[in-house]
Design a protein around this ligand. Structure first.
Ligand code: DON
Length: 610
């Protein structure tokens, strides 16, 4: 995680005394009161959960105006680009998992950014030393920006599966961008977490900071007329306004020739061209699928690693009766299954258009058996070596440690939506780190992603195979990938999460909490988390780290934990925030958001239950 700096308590008050930003973008005038956030809502007519109340409301508005869950997801995502621009918006990308009620099919849309054509495997190494660049350093550079994929994803989803149009689905976001919304403490802390990068660009300062370059004070009415105009232009002209038009040219110009604040320079400008934008396609992919305790678990195929890694871990865990085990034993099995599945993820998953990803093997119960048999009664040594996911699957191999994986980080969001017809959408999307590259496209009101640092910067050892090295047109491996669970072919729940590489373990843990340990979905989501990603220690939230269970896992099984704490706690009890959806039957659904993490999320339904 990079330079996250605490917002001192006094700053909230002090900031209230500073001047308004230039351009009258913020004002203290008549404002829509920020909608209160409720983490759980049940009712009929459709439901939406996201990080933010205005964004969830946008989805509900889309449903009320005849849209379906796909339209609601786009309305929600585009509004998040206004209200939480640090984790969303047209400058990023993501993955949509969709259950289509009419055909009883699960489909997915790969809306991941691509590396510009000029990308090379060595692009994140220092030419002078031949060593990989620092992760944080590289993530701050425009070179880390990939071809924005969000608008292509929205357009593809709507044209194939929606009832509305890009024009109608962007209306709620346009309204919020024009009317404005009140900056709250969460927004302020997110600003603070990316402050030096935002300060580096006049366009970001003008939009998101005070003239002195500080976070906007709590209570500010923040309007974004530039983004309202951008959305209007996209509504009128369609995605070609970006992928082959003036907005694309502005993105390329901003990335390759960034205008920086006096005294600030950019070491590694972007290498994007209009050809890169013209070549971008969001693609429909078949979902990954495993069976777990009678459920069909559907998620995202590569370049996402979520479907394969959640699937492999669940296959490993299918061999245990977790519900009947003492909880510490069950959690030990969860941690070890995650550790081993992560070893395989790191070794084998990348963009399958560029590398051979043995997806069938990774998702095979027979392969999982070769991994399960490595789990005995003590924590394995990390990094655990990958298995051999190519059939025929042999007997149990010995456990050998492997090389450590470089850091991954980031901040994103997951949206869930369901409509009255029973379509379900789970959509994880991001611009990567809070604030992406920090650069706002001048005149267009949104931040650019820094997703390309999800590539490995160098192979595990010189010349070794690495499925996730950069290349022109390639997509970096992602951890994003929500799940839709079906029973007898009908959706029962959906869950997705933010949190970089902890996304996968968050999803896994919520599934286990709910399916194996019998927690309600809201309780499963709120419970303290612990994340094992084939690292020496598991990252544990305070509620888990200080628990008797954690002590027992250490004393009985040799598990080690690191306290997930950070300078912007309590805003982020990492691992990251999640949303979920439960289909209650008879037209009722329950939308679920975080009660606490990242300031809590917002769950709404069209017609609340009495
Ligand atoms: O694709 C990925 O895995 C990361 N770029 C996602 C970033 C992320 O999850 C941010 N989460 N809080």
């Amino acid at each position: 995680m990079r330079r996250l700096t605490a917002v001192p308590a006094g700053l909230v008050l002090a900031a209230a005394l500073v001047a308004l930003p230039s351009g009258a973008r913020a004002s203290a005038g008549q404002a829509p009161a920020g909608a209160a956030k409720e983490p759980v809502a049940a009712g009929t007519g459709g439901a939406v959960a996201s990080m933010d109340a205005d964004a969830s409301q946008a989805g509900i508005d889309a449903l009320k105006h005849g849209g379906n869950a796909i339209d609601a997801a786009v309305a929600t995502a585009s509004t998040l680009g206004v209200t939480i621009p640090f984790v969303a918006g047209p400058g990023g990308g993501g993955f949509m998992v969709i259950y289509l009620a009419r055909t009883h099919q699960v489909v997915t849309i790969d809306g991941r950014e691509t590396c510009p054509g000029a990308c090379t495997p060595a692009m994140f190494t220092d030419p002078k030393t031949g060593q990989p660049l620092g992760y944080d350093y590289a993530s701050d550079q425009p070179l880390a920006t990939g071809v924005p994929a969000m608008v292509a994803t929205w357009a593809k989803a709507i044209s194939l599966y929606g009832r509305g149009s890009l024009g109608t689905d962007l209306q709620p976001a346009i309204g919020v961008a024009e009317r404005g919304f009140r900056v709250d403490a969460d927004f302020q802390q997110l600003t603070q977490s990316d402050l030096p990068e935002l300060q580096a660009y006049p366009a970001s300062r003008a939009l998101l900071l005070t003239p002195a370059g500080n976070p906007l004070p709590v209570g500010y009415l923040l309007r974004n007329p530039d983004l309202a105009r951008t959305y209007r232009l996209l509504a009128r002209h369609g995605p070609s306004y970006l992928y082959d038009g003036p907005l694309g040219r502005a993105i390329v110009q901003a990335d390759d020739h960034p205008v920086t604040t006096a005294g600030t320079t950019v070491a590694l400008p972007g290498i994007m061209t209009m050809s890169d934008l013209r070549a971008y396609q969001a693609t429909v992919l078949p979902p990954t699928h495993v069976r777990y305790r009678g459920l069909g678990i559907y998620s995202m195929a590569p370049p996402s690693s979520s479907g394969s890694t959640v699937g492999e871990a669940l296959n490993i865990l299918s061999g245990y009766n977790l519900a009947a085990e003492p909880r510490a034993t069950a959690l030990f099995h969860y941690l070890e299954a995650s550790r081993l599945a992560y070893a395989d993820r790191n070794a084998y998953v990348g963009d399958s258009r560029y590398v051979r990803v043995p997806l069938r093997g990774l998702l095979s119960p027979a392969f999982a058996a070769t991994r399960r048999c490595l789990i005995h009664d003590q924590a394995l040594v990390s990094p655990a070596a990958p298995g051999d996911p190519y059939p025929p699957f042999g007997s149990c191999p010995g456990h050998t440690p492997a090389r450590a994986q470089p850091p991954e980080g980031g901040h994103t969001n997951n949206i869930v939506a369901v409509d009255k017809w029973g379509n379900v959408v789970a959509y994880t999307n991001t611009i990567n780190f809070f604030g992406g590259s920090g650069e706002t496209v001048p005149g267009y009101g949104f931040l650019l992603n820094n997703e390309m640092t999800d590539f490995d910067f160098a192979p595990p050892s010189p010349g070794a195979y690495d499925p996730n090295l950069p290349a022109g047109g390639k997509q970096p491996r992602s951890s994003m990938g929500p799940v839709i669970a079906l029973r007898d072919g009908k959706p029962v729940f959906s869950v997705g999460a933010a949190g970089g590489s902890t996304i996968i373990t968050t999803i896994l843990q919520i599934i286990l909490n709910h399916v194996d340990f019998g927690m309600s979905l809201p309780a499963a989501l709120a419970a303290p988390r612990v994340s094992q990603t084939n690292s020496a220690t598991s990252l544990a939230e305070p509620g888990f780290y200080h628990s008797a269970l954690a002590q027992q896992l250490t004393s009985q099984f040799g598990e080690k934990f690191t306290l997930a704490t950070g300078p912007i706690l309590p805003l982020d009890h990492y691992p990251g925030d999640a949303t979920a959806l439960q289909v209650l039957g008879h037209g009722s659904d329950e939308a679920i958001a975080e009660p606490v993490r990242l300031g809590g999320g917002s769950a709404l339904v069209v017609h609340p239950s009495p």
